[in-house]
Design a protein around this ligand. Structure first.
Ligand code: SAH
Ligand code: ZN
Ligand code: ZN
Ligand code: ZN
Ligand code: ZN
Length: 440
């Protein structure tokens, strides 16, 4: 079944666990109404091929099945613990260059005693210190679309983010699913003496535990706020969020776009709550500063959960994004934006890339984004100039026209049929996610 007809009910206190931590509770829906039995499924994997965990909410699970499940969860733990990987790393860096190998098949740094076992695997030799400092270049990006599509920031976007963070005065970055940003920070911190920014990476990709200590990386699932390393890892995160002598913290996250915005939002709220607990009295009403990097067509979904957030026009670029690489004009047109609870006017976008400051909106906008007199705002979401529709009383994409049948602006080649259920992506009625106009 597609995600379209499923509603997430969330994290239940007594939820059973799969190898990815507590499962999430779902219910089938039709026409927006809950229908049928509730069930638990894996929080991290949308595809049953990656994790086939499934259990009806009201199902009686036998002792033998429980035991088998526990056994299965145990067997699906990574071959080494984080602690072991840290030890292995220490030994690895003592090796001369000629003995430093990385198995590409197992995605693992090899110690000489293990070469034999990996003898018919492809491997890289002479792993340099520079390579060890850029694991996101060494590891191949996980391309599994449904679970762990890793889209790595292009250098330009990563540098922009880090410069922005520094200019805004932040000294600690909670990097949630942003290994490349983390890596840039770590590598600068080890090379430049007066570079004072620190980062803690939270990510489900355990391969990173080979390169970072327990103070630098926590194995974490952002769909159920699960720390695989238990209480010790939670404590690491708490300690990191504690702001010593005014070292301000910002959380930066770039989750997979596969959906489940409500699950992400609920985890982020728990991270925000952790941050709040560490704060001294009187600061309780403040929010943890945040950059949530996500496609613009999720704007309404994000604002549903974080009404104080605003979407910035900056187009975040990736090295390996298969989609959207080139727009019709041949220019890169990324649909990915920064959502933030910081004051928009403080987010200075690069003028040399065409962004300009709109004095009325009090924020930087992309060059094509014209201020609409009627809406009294810069209305474009995708960077192109949008046009105002008098009938819809709002600005719409340049390629849309007003359909009198549907009584709204839409793509010229749409079929005029209404379904009541809202689209999974934009929440509007009239189409399903695969024909969502915001994806075109
Ligand atoms: N642009 C970022 C990478 C974003 S790709 C950068 O260059 O740093 C999404 C990231 O989220 C990946 O690192 C992936 O491993 C991580 N991720 C995917 N599912 C996750 C989950 N359930 N919990 C935590 N992290 C997850
Ligand atoms: Zn404006
Ligand atoms: Zn308008
Ligand atoms: Zn219209
Ligand atoms: Zn129509």
């Amino acid at each position: 079944a597609g995600t379209g007809g499923l509603a997430l009910l969330g994290l239940a206190p007594s939820a059973p666990s799969c190898p990815h931590g507590p499962a999430l509770l779902f219910v089938k829906t039709s026409q927006g109404k809950e229908e049928g039995r509730r069930f638990y499924a894996c929080s991290a994997c949308r595809d049953r091929k990656d994790c086939n965990f499934f259990q009806w909410e009201d199902e009686k699970v036998s002792e033998t099945r429980l035991a088998a499940r526990e056994e299965y969860n145990r067997n699906h733990r990574p071959p080494f613990t984080h602690r072991q990987n840290v030890e292995r790393y220490k030994n690895f860096v003592l090796l001369p260059l000629s003995k430093r190998r990385f198995c590409q098949e197992c995605q693992q740094l090899l110690l000489p005693a293990e070469w034999e076992k990996h003898s018919d695997h492809q491997f890289l030799c002479d792993i340099s210190t520079a390579q060890l400092k850029s694991p996101s270049q060494l590891l191949y990006p996980l391309e599994n679309k449904k679970m762990n599509a890793q889209y790595l920031f292009a250098g330009r976007s990563c540098r922009f983010l880090l410069d922005l963070i520094i200019d805004l005065g932040f000294r600690r970055v909670l990097s949630v699913g942003t290994p490349r940003l983390h890596e840039m920070i770590q590598s600068k911190a080890s090379q430049e003496e007066d570079f004072k920014v620190r980062s803690l990476l939270l990510d489900i990709d355990f391969r990173y535990s080979q390169f970072y200590t327990e103070d630098e990386f926590c194995h974490y699932n952002m769909f159920n706020h699960y720390f695989f390393g238990g209480e010790a890892a939670l404590e690491t995160c708490r300690k990191f969020l504690y702001q010593d002598n005014g070292e301000r913290v910002i959380m930066v996250t770039d989750p997979p776009f596969g959906g489940l915005v409500e699950a992400l939002a609920s985890s982020f709220k728990k991270l925000i709550a952790m941050w709040k607990e560490t704060e001294k009295e009187g600061h309780n009403s403040r929010e943890m500063p945040m950059f949530w990097i996500f496609p613009y067509f999720f704007e309404s979904r994000i604002l549903e959960f974080f009404p104080s957030f605003a979407m910035m026009d900056y187009q975040v670029d990736y090295d390996n994004h298969a989609l959207y690489k080139h727009g019709k004009t041949g220019r890169r047109q990324s649909p990915v934006r920064i959502f933030t609870n910081l004051t928009p006017s403080m987010i200075v976008l690069p003028v040399e890339e065409g962004y300009r400051f709109c004095t009325i909106c009090q924020r930087y906008v992309s060059s094509g984004n014209q201020h609409c007199e009627i809406c009294n705002s810069c209305t474009s979401k995708d960077g192109r100039q949008w046009k105002h529709c008098i009938l819809c009383n709002k600005c719409v994409k340049p390629s849309w026209f007003h359909c009198s049948n549907c009584n709204c602006c839409t793509l010229p080649n749409h079929t005029c049929e209404k379904t009541n259920a809202g689209c999974f992506v934009c929440g509007k009625a009239g189409h399903k996610r695969n024909t969502c106009p915001s994806l075109s």
